[in-house]
Write a protein that binds this ligand. Sequence first.
Ligand SMILES: Cc1ncc(COP(=O)(O)O)c(C=O)c1O
Length: 388
Amino acid sequence: MKQLARRITGTSKKSFGMYARAAASGRDDLIHMELGKPYADTPQHIKDATIAAIQDGKVHYSDLPGIPALREAVAAKLARQNGMDVTADQVVVTNGLTHGSYAAFMAFIDDGDEVILLEPYYPQHIGKIELAGGTAVPVPLDAKNDYAIDAALIEASITERTKMIVLINPCNPTGRVYTREELTALADVAIRHDLIVVSDEVYEEIVYDGAKHISIASLPGMAERTVTLFAFTKSYAMDGWRIGYLAAPKAAVGAILKITANDVTHVNTFIQEGALAALGGDPAVLAQLIADDREKRDRVVTRLNQISGVTCPWPQGTIYAFADVSQFGLSAQTFAERLMDETGVVVASGSFYGPAGEGRLRFCFGSLSLEDIDLALDRVTSFVRQLG
Ligand SMILES: Cc1ncc(COP(=O)(O)O)c(C=O)c1O
């Protein structure tokens, strides 16, 4: 066989961390808290609209950027909810957020460009940055400062090759929902150095205790340099459907479409009808899904903080608790591996998200029933007690 492409052999081999280890174990008795897979079923009205679309013959090719009705509904939602002033022709429907980020990276990154990531980062962004020819430059945020955005540190990492900053807000894995002050400081740096911002807002709706999610593209001077990525994945429990959308500056839409039209042509026509129903549905359905997540968050964080030696900050958003277990003198990876091997509870190691996550474990509470959360936390509690 001829050699593989250098874009494959020359890029880092990021694994899927504890998820891969759990899958390779072949065990079927594991409790999975390592993966952000929603526990809830997709709401019925979304399924019904999709089935009706198939029955109505909406099974053919449609518009490359997405069906007009969905893009119009997205533009209205972005104005209403995100304070973003975009027209439907700035919206591109994507196969989940993953596809949107791939298109954004491919559209902007040239060989040798540097892309700043806030660490702890989402490792899957790195794979795509590298496939596009770029180099990921993680900027470690300080756990002691609750992983607040440190604009001075970000600015100090900028070189003449820096092209882009990637933001995740609300943040996986830390659960932070960034304040207007933090986002403004980041925006100032981006504007001063003429950088693109790719903002991953897949958890935008999953916020708690009155925390307010702010889209960085809504800040002055940011609309023309920000590609904002969204998906129905987490909020609407539509992870397997693979649907999301992005909003881009007008000048970038053509480039992004060159990627998406070449890699997938467009997203499945009838799935887009389901997404349209999600946006137009009764807001109480979404509110209930988030209320369920909040109940699980409360249970997990309360129980983790009851374990002597474990400290867990309250996540303001997302479906993850990022608990500090550094007191026990084990690396986060060893802790996660022993927890899995000895109790069957699988969590992600904080170091999977970069060295700034060392000493932490990420517990996904959105993926389990309350009963399984209790079972998992019983096991975690006994395991930690026996560690001393
Ligand atoms: C920060 C972040 N971005 C993107 C994704 C992937 O989203 P999608 O399944 O819509 O591609 C995830 C999933 O866990 C995530 O946590």
